[in-house]
Design a binder for this molecule. Structure first.
Ligand SMILES: [Zn+2]
Length: 441
């Protein structure tokens, strides 16, 4: 079937509601608040159900993905705004700040499938987004909201991919961006991006929580729009990782979707996406979520082991910095997501994460360390017999290899590669012959 896309079909009259999960307060969808003004609770966006559901809604999304997307609007070309009925239906075309983003590949590599022990394993590589991590999907929604409310500036507290993504989208929107970072180590790739895209970086004496507190105060007192992970519109954008991978699979659900789990924002967003996709008839069957934590930062895995009887906090330590979180912000929603999908949570060691990373890197795909947890977790659950060897599994890689080049180099040098002394011309020729001889049988 053919669906005609006009500006009026983009600018839906239907507004969304922003609701506090704690006290039930509701706000207009043009709110500038990132948390509940009454109680400080987390806000969630609820959309009016689109007129089309089931096969008709699938056809609408597929039409936008097809040839029409080259002639159609910028929103149609985005792997986020293609699904705008489930992101922010009231956003007008001129309000949308889109690179475009999304459209990330779903790749199959025998070496990775064999390593994990799951023959049907695919990798959804979110490192192919414009700033090279999944954060762009949430940030396009958050900066669109910033433009809708006429924000004078945007800010976040972050040491990583969020700041790089914020800087890129704020630059496109023409809105000044402030990034608050604690003193100490920030990965080279992410720091370089943030500065190059033109964000104002403020290094604060203190830790991450001090940065977050200052960002909140600046938001209250100076009218700066806060786009931290608690921002409800970021969740709406992140849902499209799931919607897009379902579309890539022809709306046939996989058996499992595995993802790295730190602050639990994606776990929560994936749960919301699957709940809505099922309710709207986009899919018949809900895949199970597998949230994978680093063993040194695994409060959610510990919680899963006792059926989430209590909320846990730990002192986090792992080389997978993007998931080095001891007190995850989206705990409650992530619990809902695991329960709704009959999901599973597992912790893997840093050694297991880096073993997976070496395999992912060596087949030419590559990822940042935290991303590899999603493959290491699948391997662990296949070994335990929780995931069947012929089940269909999608592991989400959240960031590009170059996000943390030091970690990538360290992993190879530890394996004896790249550490050799420079050779003379004759030595180099001899070396080439030996390597070719040893690899030609
Ligand atoms: Zn509230």
């Amino acid at each position: 079937m053919s669906v005609t896309l006009t500006p009026s079909s983009i600018a839906s009259e239907q507004r969304s509601t922003v609701r506090c999960a704690s006290c039930g307060a509701t706000l207009d969808d043009r709110t500038a608040r990132a948390t509940c003004p009454n109680c400080g609770g987390l806000l969630a966006v609820e959309h009016v159900a689109p007129k089309a559901t089931g096969a008709a809604l699938r056809a609408l999304f597929d039409e936008r993905l097809g040839a029409a997307s080259y002639r159609g609007s910028a929103a149609d070309r985005s792997g986020v705004w293609r699904f705008r009925e489930l992101v922010l239906p009231a956003a007008r075309p001129e309000e949308i700040v889109s690179h475009p983003e999304g459209n990330t590949p779903l790749v199959a590599r025998d070496a990775v499938a064999s390593f994990a022990g799951a023959s049907g394993l695919r990798l959804k590589h979110e490192g192919h987004n414009p700033s090279a991590s999944f954060k762009d999907r949430g940030m396009t929604a958050a900066l669109t909201q910033a433009r809708r409310i006429g924000a004078r500036a945007v800010a976040c507290a972050s040491t990583g991919n969020t700041s790089a993504s914020l800087a890129a989208y704020a630059a496109q929107a023409g809105i000044p961006a402030f990034v608050l970072v604690p003193e100490g180590r920030v990965s080279t790739g992410k720091l370089a991006q943030t500065l190059a895209y033109g964000a104002h970086m403020i290094r604060l004496r203190g830790d991450f929580d001090d940065c977050l507190e200052l960002a909140r105060e600046a938001s209250e007192q100076l009218g700066i729009y806060l786009v931290n992970s608690l921002n409800p519109f970021r969740v709406e954008g992140q849902k499209t990782i799931v919607l897009e991978l379902l579309q890539q699979l022809g709306w046939e659900s996989p058996d499992w979707i595995a993802l790295p789990a730190g602050n639990l924002g994606n776990t929560a967003a994936f749960g919301k996406a699957l709940r809505e996709a099922h309710a709207l008839g986009l899919i018949d069957r809900v895949p199970r979520l597998l949230a994978v934590q680093a063993a040194g930062a695994a409060p959610f895995a510990a919680g899963f082991a006792d059926d989430f009887a209590t909320r846990r906090r730990v002192r986090a330590e792992t080389a997978a910095t993007a998931i080095r979180i001891g007190d995850p912000a989206s705990w409650d929603r992530a619990v809902e997501a695991i329960r709704f999908t009959q999901g599973h949570v597992v912790a893997v060691s840093d050694a297991e994460i880096f073993a997976a990373k070496r395999v992912i890197d060596a087949c030419g795909v590559g990822c940042e360390p935290a991303s590899a947890a999603s493959v290491a977790g699948v391997r662990t659950l296949v070994e335990r017999g929780v995931i069947g060897r012929d089940e269909r599994v999608v592991s989400v890689l959240t960031g590009h290899l170059l996000k943390d080049p030091d970690a990538a180099l360290a992993a190879r040098v530890a394996g004896g590669l790249g550490a050799e002394e420079p050779l003379t011309r004759d030595e180099a020729l001899g070396h080439l012959e030996r390597v070719l001889a040893s690899s030609s049988h």
